[in-house]
Write a protein that binds this ligand. Structure first.
Ligand SMILES: [Zn+2]
Length: 280
């Protein structure tokens, strides 16, 4: 499970408040700082004005959200773009902490940059979550390199296969069924959820437990979802009667016709989109 740490926020001079465009892309970066940690990076971007930023920093142990998704981080801006659409305005920037074999040189051109397997795993989980959250297709998960041709993230630019392997982890082939809860009228109802191709699916039978009536129309071959009709006890002039009701948003809605027959002194009709009440 990836727990996103929100404790260390980026310095306000390193990003823009708000967004001018909807989130469409997720851009992957490397920090270019060997043996760093997500926490260390988050602190650095909090304590220094460098006019650059990223939404997330990931290492093998943790994920830090430095800039809120609803704000614009400055992570892939440039004077010239190789990507026709992806910009800071419509993307989320994810920085992966990195390692290097030979520490005497730290040039992006060096071929010995790499990521810890746990960093890759956490980054994949985070990116999958973001894809799901913002409906970003896998084709829109790209490298900083794809936007500006900067050698970033170096391990994924020098080795295309390494990048392809990372992207494979984002596919739904290994989709997992997880137990989760949905809130229905403020009550937690347990359902099964499948994450596939960056989208959430819940099993329709699980909705039965959530108080819906699930049927199947054999003719049109589509599932039917209705609010479950419940019997509601009412007192009419001191006599116990029952009416039909559905519960929506925590309130009971009594069927007018059912109430009419319980009370007995009025009739209900439906004409031209209007409920017509006739007293007897
Ligand atoms: Zn970058």
């Amino acid at each position: 499970m990836v727990v996103i740490n929100d404790d260390i926020r980026c310095n306000v001079n390193n990003f823009s408040k708000g967004r001018r465009s909807k989130i469409k892309y997720i851009v992957v970066h490397y920090t270019a700082s060997p043996n760093d940690t997500a926490e260390g990076e988050a602190k650095y971007f909090k304590n220094n004005v460098i006019e650059a930023s990223a939404h997330y920093f990931v290492d093998g142990k943790s994920v830090y959200r430095s800039v809120m998704d609803s704000d614009t981080a400055w992570h892939c801006g440039a004077n010239f773009y190789y990507h026709e659409e992806c910009r800071n305005d419509n993307s989320i920037g994810v920085e992966l902490c990195c390692k290097k074999k030979n520490m005497t040189s730290r040039r992006a051109e060096d071929k010995d940059w790499y990521f810890d397997e746990d960093t890759i795993k956490n980054a994949a989980k985070l990116v999958k979550y973001l894809m799901c959250e913002y409906d970003v297709p896998i084709g829109n998960v790209i490298r900083h390199y794809d936007v500006t041709h900067k050698i970033c993230p170096a391990p994924f630019v020098h080795n295309e296969g390494y990048w392809v392997k990372f992207k494979d982890k984002l596919r739904g082939d290994d989709e997992m069924v997880t137990e989760t809860y949905i809130k229905v009228n403020g009550k937690d109802i347990k359902i099964h959820r499948i994450l596939k191709d960056g989208k959430n699916y819940i099993d329709i039978r699980g909705l039965e437990n959530a108080g819906f009536e699930v049927g199947y129309d054999a003719g049109s071959k589509v599932p039917i979802l209705n609010n479950k009709v419940v019997e509601l006890g009412v007192k009419v002039d001191g006599n116990d009667k029952s009416v039909e009701a559905v519960n929506l948003g925590g309130s009971n809605f009594v069927k007018v016709r059912s109430l009419a027959s319980a009370v007995g002194n009025f009739d209900v009709d439906f004409e031209n989109g209007k409920v017509v009440v006739r007293t007897k």
